[in-house]
Design a protein around this ligand. Structure first.
Ligand code: FES
Length: 599
């Protein structure tokens, strides 16, 4: 697609495209490292620096450039290839099928408050507190201002909405409409918001969107480094997250036919970086060892203080984070998966850029996070992309001819590989004997699809005539190395936790999050991405973080349980543990995981 660029010296093409409403992929947040923001120039080509030349190869001569590194001071027209346009990921909103326990922090009470009399001219706030039998009632100024009118209704019928039985959020004459709650899973890539009726626990709407912060980088490290450069950057990222939540709450309320000002409480879970960026907390502590967060405990504050457009006195609750890279999303996922009530050893994995892992047994709760890298989200993979339409999500190779059949999201022509497609491709090639044990291609393999590319040998999964962008879709030796790094990190984390409890393998593995949900357990087991369990003991549990956030919203008991769970979790800092490097290196090999049990 063509994009007319205005003459604006000092602005990059990436910024200008964003201003024109055309989101480009920006995996590294505009640092010129990921090569995802490619555009083709027309007319004159500006000189090429060394870093771009290395990333773009031969095509730079035909005008290919990185939008984040290129300016066009006199304006003009650039061509944006389809693969550079920001893709909207298929967003997983379903969680575990948990029946919500209902005991919300926000309760609506109807009561009759007697009028003041000459014999007993008691203050309105005192009369309300007495009727509520709460002597230490916290009545904010905004409620005090509304009190005379609310208590002046005929018959004295009043509806008071209380938070945790002690703070008045609203008071109105007569009967008030239902109080609503919003549970939000604020992910690095996607944001999901669930609207709930707090009176009866009815789910009213679910809305999801891409996290708009992706324009400052795909992964948390890019965003942390962007935020650390300038306080204005931190404010920008916080504002983007808040704007996204406001948009989702408006959409959810619109679908349910209610007003956002009926939302009296909002619970937000996310990884520690998202938690800090949302609150505008300095994330620099997360950028280097010992990765200490600013805040670990749960936090309650007025939602309006962050700019959330809900009820004026709505409460915002952020559950606790455990460590720099084990956030409240992991705590919420552990809650939804019942990690504190397991009867057999259970490994809960959320495989993103940072693989968050929890190992639960009836006696112990361990957690760690491991830098799996961005491969499973399409980063650092030549034709990697998010799980959006056009992404290959499944691949099968004919065992005799090695001819691939591709399963593509949306059913059209393939454009790239998402995480599950990448694992599927690697697993099929491994099963077909195309890979060597130490990684890379089997040197004995000769095949018309295995050829020399500009990054070494590569296997063509789809020829140009079959793809959506008219380019061969190939899996490179460097892509294989990225998968090895990711699986090495995940296996090392899992093994260290298992060994700490004297276990060779868990009894079951639960996969949380989108990637885990779409992953074929057989593929993951065959390439040693998961510890050795029988295939039927591996199960996807959907958006467990979102399900946990809903439980925390709906019930004070579950909120307390999440706090207790966060406290009980013992965090292991893998890099500080002896043996991590050995296990990491062992985990990189393409060997069936030791002792894998048959189905
Ligand atoms: S190279 Fe331009 S955003 Fe990464």
């Amino acid at each position: 697609m063509g994009l007319r660029v205005p003459a604006r010296p000092g602005a990059t093409l990436l910024e200008l495209a964003g201003q024109a409403g055309l989101g480009l992929e920006a995996g590294c947040g505009g640092k010129g490292l990921c090569g995802k923001c490619r555009v083709r120039l027309t007319g004159e080509f500006p000189p090429l620096d060394e870093a771009q030349a290395r990333l773009l190869g031969q095509e730079a001569r035909q005008g290919l450039r990185l939008a984040c590194q290129t300016e066009m001071p006199r304006g003009g027209v650039v061509w944006v290839p389809q693969e550079s346009l920001q893709k909207r990921q298929v967003i997983l909103t379903a969680g575990t099928d948990t029946d919500l326990e209902l005991d919300p922090a926000v309760r609506r009470l109807e009561l009759r408050v007697p009028p003041a009399s000459l014999r007993e001219p008691r203050a309105a706030a005192q009369r309300l507190a007495e009727e509520l039998r709460t002597p230490a009632l916290d009545v904010p100024l905004e409620v005090l201002r509304a009190l005379p009118q609310a208590l002046g209704a005929p018959e004295g019928l009043v509806t008071a909405t209380l938070w945790q039985g002690r703070r008045v959020l609203e008071v109105s004459a007569g009967r008030a409409p239902a109080s609503l709650g919003l549970a939000v899973d604020l992910g690095t890539t996607t944001v999901v918001a669930y609207l709930l009726d707090l009176a009866d626990g009815r789910p009213l709407a679910v809305e999801a969107a891409m996290n708009p912060q992706v324009m400052r980088g795909d992964d948390v490290i890019s965003r942390i480094s962007h935020a650390c450069q300038d306080p204005a950057h931190l404010a920008e990222l916080a504002g983007l997250a808040v704007a996204c939540l406001n948009q989702l709450s408006r959409q959810a309320c619109h679908s349910a036919g209610v007003a956002p000002r009926r939302i009296l409480e909002c619970v937000v879970v996310g990884n520690t970086a998202m938690h800090h960026l949302f609150l505008g907390l300095d994330p620099s502590g997360l950028a280097a060892a010992p990765y200490a967060p600013v805040l670990g405990a749960s936090l309650d504050l007025p939602a309006a203080r962050l700019g959330l457009e809900l009820a004026p006195l709505a409460n915002l609750h952020l559950p606790p984070v455990k460590a720099g890279f084990v956030g409240s999303d992991a705590v919420a996922a552990a809650l939804a998966a019942g990690a504190d009530q397991v009867e057999t050893s259970t490994l809960i994995l959320d495989l993103g850029t940072n693989g968050e892992m929890i190992l639960a047994t009836p006696q112990a709760l361990l957690c760690c996070s491991t830098a799996a890298g961005p491969a499973f989200e399409g980063g650092h993979i030549k034709f990697g992309m998010r799980g959006a339409p056009g992404a290959v999500e499944r691949l099968a190779l004919d065992p005799d001819t090695l001819e691939p059949s591709l399963g593509v999201i949306g059913g059209g022509a393939p454009l790239g590989l998402c995480g599950s497609g990448l694992v599927s491709a690697v697993a099929e090639l491994w099963r077909a004997g195309a890979l060597g044990e130490t990684g890379g291609w089997n040197p004995a393999l000769e095949h018309p699809r295995l050829r020399q590319g500009d990054q070494g040998r590569e296997f063509v999964l789809a020829w140009a005539a079959q793809t959506a962008n008219g380019q061969d879709l190939a899996l490179t030796a460097q892509d294989l190395a990225q998968v090895q790094l990711a699986k090495g990190a995940i296996q090392a984390g899992a093994r260290i936790m298992l060994e700490r409890l004297g276990l060779a393998a868990p009894e079951q593995v639960l996969l949380a999050g989108a990637f885990g949900n779409y992953l074929d357990p057989a593929d993951a087991l065959d390439i040693g991405l998961l510890p050795p369990v029988a295939r039927q003991r591996v199960r996807g549990i959907g958006n467990a973080a979102g399900a946990g956030a809903l439980m925390i919203l709906a019930s004070q008991r579950q909120r307390q349980r999440a706090q207790d769970l966060a406290q009980r979790l013992e965090y292991l800092e893998l890099a500080a543990l002896p043996g991590f490097l050995d296990r990491f290196l062992e985990g990189m090999a393409f060997l069936p995981a030791p002792g894998r049990r048959e189905d």
